[in-house]
Design a protein around this ligand. Structure first.
Ligand code: DHE
Length: 519
């Protein structure tokens, strides 16, 4: 390959592939792609796999038109070469990138706009590198703000004032929602690849700290919650929890804030460790390291917010942590392939009691884990039921305490009709585990009325009251996308939000639900 070709392939790899296969190509959600393996598979195998994808979650980069045939060939060639290691990113690089646009003393002392902040949605506009702030009642796009590249998630400060957005390029924007025109008040870059951001939520520590986790370099950083000043960087490189062999790239996946202790819960993917990072004394940092399972990815809290349930996705396991006691409770096989819950969904099953749900990337199953050790001790932290939804390629499940429905997407399913639909289960009539429940299929992409492309439906998110659920209809960058709002009582279409500024909408984060961990 020429230098020019290698650089182009490198760029595509970091933008499209590294998230699943790892910067050093050691594999995680996706398979390992080190040259010893790829040379065995050969050019033609790689070319066809990149072109057509697989039902287990590999996107069809070629047939979807995201990569041209020349780019597919380039990538197949690139994977036969040795991986390139990107540079380290420490305190000096972070400080260099850190900008406080509006210092805390120059910010409003009360809300200066008339927005209904609790029912505002922050919507990821993935390929535009922006977020849209959309009013949850009028569906009006109040503002579109520039953020990092291929922006990934939004999280809220405990007070609901500050919105934190992180891009895949590890750039964080901190947005003050109290300003007359909400805007970025501070920004920083914490590495070259990142996925997670969270803020301190323990009583007495609200809005005090923010934390972000990086894929590259493998590390997390605790920052001042009002300015993003980087205070403490911790590398996550180290030993696999089980074999106790060194791993050079243990990436930081989901981070959640404990409501029971002044701690951040940090998933370290490749080494399979969950870190409980005590933020009361950053100079004498105390961390509880829990041996969990390898390939930790995403997860959320149960309805009491005491237990953290997270997927070790490539191991088909759910891991449960007691955030009050600070220890491992259980590790359960879900019975499905590659659990991918997002933050999961909490509801009360008619016979099994309180449960938390996950769907799967690699097959059509939904798994329920019992979450009530007091009232239903026999079911607690066990997989109590699994049943099929629409198909493989599911990314997110969603419900709300005021809803009786469980919504399950199939975003990455290769079939266009399936990836454009949502399965809805009535949680109040779920049968005993021996019988598979029926579900209703909502043709969300069809409702959006988009003529071009092959839009995928992704990630339901409720409004504050739990009366409406929003889905993104995620199309190509140059094609029309939309957000479809469904009435949760009638399961009928309520509204379609379309606007030329809605470029590749994916994640949606309702301010109230996000700050209170309601799901
Ligand atoms: Fe995500 C959450 C990582 C691809 C949309 N995603 C997460 C989290 C991680 C993660 C670690 C949990 C963050 C937390 O809670 O702190 N995502 C990754 C990847 O490594 C992966 C597989 C590949 C990549 O290259 O990035 C990946 N993610 C995607 C997408 O392609 C999605 C569907 C569209 C997009 O916008 O990029 C996507 N990820 C999301 C969303 C959440 C998320 C919407 C938050 C869900 C929630 O309800 O909290």
């Amino acid at each position: 390959m020429t230098d020019e070709q290698y650089n182009e392939a490198n760029k595509i790899y970091f933008e499209r592939c590294a998230g699943c296969h790892g910067v050093l190509r050691n594999g995680a959600t996706g398979k390992a792609l080190t040259p010893d393996l790829t040379r065995e598979l050969g050019f033609e195998y790689l070319q066809s796999f990149i072109t057509y994808g697989s039902p287990a979650g590999m996107p069809n980069w070629g047939t979807s038109g995201e990569l041209t045939p020349e780019q597919v060939d380039l990538m197949a060639n690139y994977l036969l070469q040795d991986p390139a290691a990107p540079p380290e990113f420490g305190m000096s690089e972070m400080r260099e990138s850190w900008v406080v646009h509006v210092p805390p003393e120059d910010r409003p002392t009360q809300q200066e706009n008339d927005w209904d902040l609790d029912n505002l949605f922050s919507v990821t506009l993935r390929d535009a590198g922006q977020i849209a702030l959309i009013d949850g009642t009028s569906y009006e796009i109040k503002s579109v703000l520039d953020t990092g590249y291929a922006v990934h998630i939004s999280r809220m400060s405990a007070s609901g004032r500050y919105l934190f957005v992180i891009g895949r390029d590890a750039k964080i924007n901190m947005i003050d929602l109290w300003m007359a025109e909400p805007d970025t008040v501070a920004e920083i870059k914490i590495g070259s690849e990142a996925r997670s951001i969270e803020t301190s939520k323990m009583e007495g520590w609200e809005d005090k700290y923010a934390i972000a986790g990086a894929y590259w370099p493998p590390q997390y950083v605790i920052m001042d919650g009002e300015t993003l000043e980087p205070l403490k960087i911790k590398s996550t490189r180290g030993m696999l929890y089980d074999e106790q062999q060194y791993h050079p790239e243990p990436r930081v996946a989901a981070i959640l804030a404990s409501h029971y202790r002044p701690e951040f819960i940090v998933n370290v993917k490749e080494t399979g460790k969950i870190l409980l990072v005590d933020y009361t004394d950053l100079k004498n940092l105390k961390t509880t390291e829990i041996e969990a399972e390898r390939f930790l990815h995403d997860g959320g809290l149960d309805s009491t917010k005491r237990y953290f349930i997270t997927a070790a996705n490539a191991r088909n396991k759910l891991v449960v942590i007691d955030t009050k006691e600070g220890k491992l409770v259980s590790i359960e096989d879900t019975g499905g392939q590659t659990p991918h819950p997002g933050r999961g969904a909490n509801f009360v099953h008619p016979t099994l009691g309180p449960v938390w749900a996950t769907s799967h990337l690699g097959d059509e199953s939904v798994a329920l884990i019992g979450t009530d050790p007091e009232g239903h001790p026999d079911n607690a932290w066990k997989i109590v039921d699994t049943f099929p939804a629409l198909g493989g390629g599911s990314l997110f499940v969603k419900t709300h305490p005021n809803s009786k429905y469980l919504y399950v997407d199939a975003t990455l399913n290769p079939d266009a009709e399936t990836s454009g639909s949502i399965a809805v289960f009535d949680t109040t009539t779920l049968p005993d585990p021996e019988t598979d429940p029926e579900f209703i299929t909502l043709p969300i992409a069809e409702w959006a009325g988009i003529a071009e492309g092959q839009p995928r439906v992704v990630q339901g998110e409720f409004n504050k009251e739990g009366t409406e659920v929003w889905f993104s209809v995620w199309n190509g960058k140059d094609q029309e996308s939309a957000i479809v709002v469904v009435d949760d009582k009638t399961l009928e279409l309520k509204h379609v939000i379309k606007d030329e500024r809605l470029v590749t909408p994916t994640g949606k984060f309702n301010v109230y639900n996000t700050k209170t961990d309601t799901y």
